[in-house]
Design a protein around this ligand. Sequence first.
Ligand code: 5GP
Ligand code: ZN
Length: 124
Amino acid sequence: MMEQIVHSDPDCLFCKIVAGKIPSRLVYQDEELFVFHDIHPWAPVHFLMIPKLHIPSMAHVAGEHAALLGRMMALAPKLALQEGCLPYPEGGFRMLCNTGEQGGQEVHHLHMHVMGGPRPWLKG
Ligand code: 5GP
Ligand code: ZN
């Protein structure tokens, strides 16, 4: 059975980052969202967008989270430009949510990767 959604999980790496217990390079935050640079970037621009709420994965998302995820999606293009991605269509960016083990998820706190910048990239 899937675990219950708790506001913050003391054992979760990204909850610790939100709480400031583990340092990160902040891109943006508000009441609901926290955005920071990936520690091992695959691309010249690579940041992670997370809800402050500890939602373990996209598999845990329900209707009540639609507005939160919508805000995240709507913010991504603005932050991508702010962080140095070139404008669409020549530039652009990639958004990616790995989900579950077969989906390649390593940190079990929902996060959207946003990657961009001149190629080649390390992966993808
Ligand atoms: P996943 O494989 O779960 O989709 O991605 C997890 C991402 O988190 C990886 O790209 C990894 O580099 C990043 N990451 C893991 N630990 C840390 C950390 O302590 N700080 C930051 N900023 N990123 C991390
Ligand atoms: Zn968490």
